[in-house]
Design a protein around this ligand. Sequence first.
Ligand code: EPU
Length: 340
Amino acid sequence: METYTDYLLTAHNTFHIAARCRRFIAYSSATELSQVLQDLNAEAPLPWLHIGEGSNLLFTHDYPGTVLHSKILGVEEVERYGDEVVLRVGAGENWDRLVAFCVERGYHGLENLSLIPGEVGASAVQNIGAYGSEAGQFIRQVEGIDAATGQPRVLQHDDCRYAYRDSVFKHELRGRFVVTHVCYKLSLRFQPNLSYGALQREMAARRLEAHRLTPQALREFVVDIRRAKLPDPAELGSAGSFFMNPVVDRSVCERLLVDYPDMPHYEAPNGYKIPAAWLIEHSGWKGRRLGPAGVYDRQALVLVNYGGATGADIVRLSQAVSADVLGKFGISLQPEVNFI
Ligand code: EPU
């Protein structure tokens, strides 16, 4: 276990915000985590916060409590039946390294989720998604520690209540449960998911044929598309998509289509999903800057730190963008990023 006091978090958040925390603890096993949580409870009311790679959060001020970070590693095959295999993975494993490992070993399913920044623990909390796939589809169970008691607890897939960028860990279990391991059910048979329109268009443009696609080629293809659109967090601070794509009622969508017939819209479980990137671009924000923060010029859903931005600079930009989208389209954007 490693403990630091008055710790600088710049390297622990992909926005590269220079916030500090009072104490930082990195632990390497579920047993260590259980002890840490019991100690933290004993010294309440100091707050604590758990972070992964910090690829989905925005520090708006220094954190007055303890930041916890998992270094629980390891990938093991725990079950195999028919074409299916179950992998149990430590929450501190890097997500993309897991995807690369699976592609190499012939465990299929995660290819579309290549290059998403972050760690395995966060994949289960955030239900990360891209190109028509979501992590939750593959998650069989999530193991963790109950923060109040320090006892282990296991949630099955249905208990996790996965939805678009959502899970029980963001609601009832927020601050009450820390993920230690995630079990993914993958397939030994490669069945590429090419349902996402942009993937089909890019495949056609590159003359890639679906029946000849290998898992490696699909991974490389997704990596290429992401690199072309999204900033590399090592070079330019960002947290990927800043807002969620809003879902609006059919009547709202139909009304907007009268004025904006080219507005993209997709049927969703409870209405129509409209790409937030389109709304932001059509509010004139794509590529625009506000001080050291700006809207990325290749993907309008991404806010970036061009250097030295504080959390407050990013918040100011996000509020200005949301206000303009609300004013023009009457749609309120919700951040996907967690504000700390
Ligand atoms: N669009 C614009 N302007 C832009 C970019 C996109 O108008 O600058 C419109 C286009 O119509 C495009 C549509 O928005 O067809 C969708 O764009 P894209 O395929 O890039 O996806 P997105 O909805 O903006 C979501 C995820 C991404 C994920 C992609 C691909 C959310 C919040 N974001 O973005 O996830 O990579 O789909 O599946 O759902 C992330 O969560 O950090 C992230 C990058």
